[in-house]
Design a protein around this ligand. Sequence first.
Ligand code: SF4
Length: 732
Amino acid sequence: MTTSIAVSPFDDRSAVFAGADVCREASLSLPEGVSRPRFEDDIWDFTHVIGLPAQMARCTRRFDFAAITDPRWRLVAKELVLAMLAPRHPAVIPLPRAYRTALHLTSCAGRLGELTRFLTWLGSQGVASLEQIDTRLCEAYLAHRRYVLDEHGTVVGEQSHGTRRAAAQIVVDLVGYRELFTADRVSADLRPWGGATASAVAEMPCGRGQNKTPPVEDSILQPMLAAALYLVTALGPHAVELAREVREADLTSSCKTEGLRQGGPAPTAALTRLLAEYERTCTPLPMLADHHIAGRLADGWSGDDPLLSVATGVLARQAGSSQFWSRWFTALRGPLEATIAAVGVEKAFAREPAGVLAADGASSLPWTIPLHRLQAVALVGIVRTAAITVLATVSGMRASELMELRVGCRRPPEEPVPGFTRFRIASKVVKGQPLGGTDDEWVVIEPVYRAVELAEQLHEDPQDDALLFGRFAFDVRYRWFRNWVNSRAGQRLGLVPIPDGPVNLRMLRRTLALEMAYRPGGVLATKIHLKHIAVATSEGYVSRPGGAQAELLAEVNKHESDRNLNLVLAEFRNYQQGILPAGPGARSLTEFFASIDEKLDPAAAAAPRIQRNDRDVLNLLTKRAKVLHLGPANYCWFTDPSRALCLKLAGTPTADRPLVGMCDSARCPQATHHPCHRPVWSEHADRTKTFIGQLGTTRKTERTRLQADFDRALRVVAEIDAASTSMSEESA
Ligand code: SF4
């Protein structure tokens, strides 16, 4: 039974969720003191919900219903979203098509986005009420979302299956939850796409095929991983020092430095003291970045001006002012030019870089050239990306798991066996887990452990438990990393250029899976390491044809053929003892046994070699064993599909296996009955006889049918008895 709430005159209040605390209804926990979204709010802010994955973007944590302009439809959207978040609400439980499990906030954000799009589109079509939605409008919206048009309205492409499914799903949801809506609802007889699921409407691929994520090409993987490892091991410690330098400089030179004087007269005394200090320590003045120099030239500065490349703003901040005003040059140009003449101008960071061995091992050279601040920050970022690349490539962790890593995630190394060290890092499995994820650990090799250590050292605020990377876009980071490796800076260090080509975290995970799975015991190792729920997932992931399922099937087939061979051998021995098969196929089988027996008979054997042992007999019987199928009351010797009665009855005469469930062994020329089948037929005869005795006199048709059955069972029993005794008597 469903509870249907009548559409009431609209007063901006929900008939079921009015005044509801959204987080309480959805069982989402918030820290104390954080404002809780109410149902009536137009923005539901879930930013502070406890346990949200780091991967979840901030924008998807705020549900903005204000984008839906019609207040009735806004109420519909709120009711739909809350119903999806709270499937156990008393008003939602009775809905037959409602979800029974709460949707994740990310999914709800996606649904709200699509619903907003749909409602906006409806408005543009002149639709004033959801009741006006018919199948034509549903089709039109699907087409609207499906096709990509150019500025002339010509179709130039198609959206993904996922986009199409989202478009169909939102209409299906409006139908599924229609009884819940207070202000407006679709008509009761709307059955979009004939009641098909959104996936079917979107023609989603079935997902049973192979994993579509390709591994990273070897020609890319090799130089990429080599460069990443080089950056982590050779440049990493210097990058840590550089990052520290930048942080320290920011304390005194950044525009955000606290207590800076805004404007006012030139701080001549302070700047003069500062310049004297530069001269005393023989430190070159900080150089302006190239784009700022270009700006000065555009503003009319002379290219020969000695102050052109001096970062005067940095000097001003070091002297306690927020910036260097142009009017100050009158008083300070002289001292500045004198200092430049004494110490020169140089980029502010990595002025005396340490030496490192080049990546090709050919030479030793400075690890970097002097850098501007932005270049230094970028280089630190490149090294951090190298650490992420090593971590992702060699550990195979998912993006969600990498983003959950925290400072202090490295577990102390263990030495379970002397000489072997085990390194572990801790994170959370998010995929398929309840909100908050599940704590887990990954066993990794030392380079991964060291990459995490480097990332911790590069962290701007390495408080314990702070997110190590937080949310990051690997695609963009990787592009920057590759550009740097291929640039003059990377080539200077002897790094091999990385060819163009796609690399993302999924591809890296798949590459590792393939590498692991094709080693002995690799599928199971992959399953455990990649934390797949089932081995079948790992098998699909690694496209391994010899996986556990295939192995199980091969094992079953092996047992089956062994069993068949033993059965054929037993029947052959029976034949030799004079116990013959019965049934329509008995003659053919007896002839076959006779031909084998002849081959084994020393007197009949033409060749001097005599085959007597079981192995030789089995070799002769193997072919026949391959066509043996076991029925409940007979053996089926499936040598010729065209003679199989079951296949004739089923109308599939060319099938390659018999339909044992349809077997009529008393009539099929491929069936035989043996003494082991006698109890089945005998019991069948007894039971049928009992049934016949219980039949009333009026049930003649039934009696005739059962009598034929009974006679057949008796005939088969008699044939089995006759066949198993006749020859024995003859031999006696
Ligand atoms: S009818 Fe029975 S014996 Fe004949 S082929 Fe089919 S399964 Fe085999």
